[in-house]
Design a protein around this ligand. Sequence first.
Ligand code: ADP
Ligand code: MG
Length: 558
Amino acid sequence: MGKRKFKAESKKLLDMVINSIYSQREVFLRELISNASDAIDKIYYKALTDDALTFNKESYYIKIDANKDNRTLKITDTGIGMTKEDLENNLGVIAKSGSHTFKSENEIKDGHDIIGQFGVGFYAAFMVADKVTVISKSIDSDEAFKWESKGSDGYSITSAEKDEVGTEIILEIKQNEEDENYDEFLDQYRLKQIIKKYSDFIRYPIKMDITESKLKEGSEDEYEDIIEEQTLNTMVPIWKKNKSELTDEDYENFYNEKHYGFDKPLKHIHINVDGTVRYNAILYIPENAPHNYYTREFEKGLELYSNGVLIMEKSADLLPDYFSFVKGMVDSEDLSLNISREMLQHDRQLKLIAKNINKKIKTQLLSILRDEREKYEKFYKSFGQQLKFGVYSDYGQNKDLLQDLLMFYSSKEKKLVTLEEYVSRMPEDQKYIYYASGESNERIEKLPQTEMVADKGYEILYFTDEIDEFAIKMLMNFKEKEFKSVSSGDLGIEDDEQDSTEEETNENKDLFEAMKEILSDKVKDVRASKRLKSHPVVLTADGEISLEMEKIINAMPD
Ligand code: ADP
Ligand code: MG
């Protein structure tokens, strides 16, 4: 059979696949492995309805062989194979997906969803190969066929020899060019890494012969190369396992394997949702903030899998900024992927998942706060500031969600307390939630402004973080109690000796007038005060803004 040309549209599409659909070349392997896995799934489905077929899991696998000398990379599968027509229809027409057709013709049960759908993944091979050869034998045919192509100038199909049903794809890896290196796709360690990254949870074993240098038997310094066939993928993803089968250690290992962080996670959240939107997720609350956490460099996001295949390393849409510290992954079968699998249409499913995750994180944090106080305080040291930023940003939209998670240092308890705890301890005559701002707890303790409130026996929250007061301004109140700075003019404290201070002010009228004149542009008024016990003077703020806040605002660049 002579050479066939790709259809004109296909030619253009092929150029597009090679040059612009994928941002990383390495994903060609993910695409070929996904196809191989789909082909095995198809046999599995056939066996479900065809009594003549039995599906024996052991005989199904995917094998990768790299040959540096010939510069070939071979991907073999024991899947359903392709007839001559299949080769023609599925590989000769770009954007035609045999898998898509298969899915619509067969009833697909949960958990075995076929990956392919757009009919372009296969051509990703041309990003790294000059020539691609496919040798395939279909379960429905006694003959095998060979499909060969060097890319856009077309393909040919000829008869071939192959004993077993299945498919072999041979890539002739491109020669290195000046600034393009393709050798990595022949290197077993690099290939192993790519497979681990994208295809670790493919349900069938992905095997490769790995050469390892080992000590010769009986020798102490002589090494020999030993070739050993290894299965590279984990196959059953941890998130699909039953929670009751898993230990904290399993989750910690996964955290380390995935390089979510160098620390031990403080807590994990394992979610299996089987509702309107189906997804599994494993999320972690880290103990420590990464070194760049509070900088622009930090990128939030969760890994996103579609049916066990990695689609995106950092899906930012899944996490709100105030929970940007959360690490982990989400796997769903229900996502509408676009052609490159890299970007998702901003779809409803993803939004639903994000919303759901958001709730789960909050619930988890509240339960740590309730049951594991010390752990929560550790967490709060690392990420409390981010929660406060969350209250402050978006015009306080998220305050209801976040206010229960906030903590401040208490003058009474000498430790971090929640607003709920503060309010529950308030004496009946106390109108406000009092706070004092300053550089450190020690400094705040010495502020004359705190004296009167403390003397009344009221608790004061110490604000030592610049964001504190801004966040509280957004909250405005908690459980209908307003926040009040101890430096504000009106403290709302019952004042039965009101007259006597007025009297004192009048008695010292001349002195106060003279002081006011000297401090003319610095103060608005000078008067006698009952706030003071051991300090001679105190500054109070006139408006809604405390003195500390004024300092910060004044220091802000215009
Ligand atoms: P998709 O996987 O989105 O359908 P691809 O371009 O990756 O698109 O593959 C096109 C079609 O070629 C598949 O739908 C399938 O019918 C067929 N195919 C590709 N690789 C194999 C394989 N290893 N075994 C059997 N069929 C395959
Ligand atoms: Mg595919």
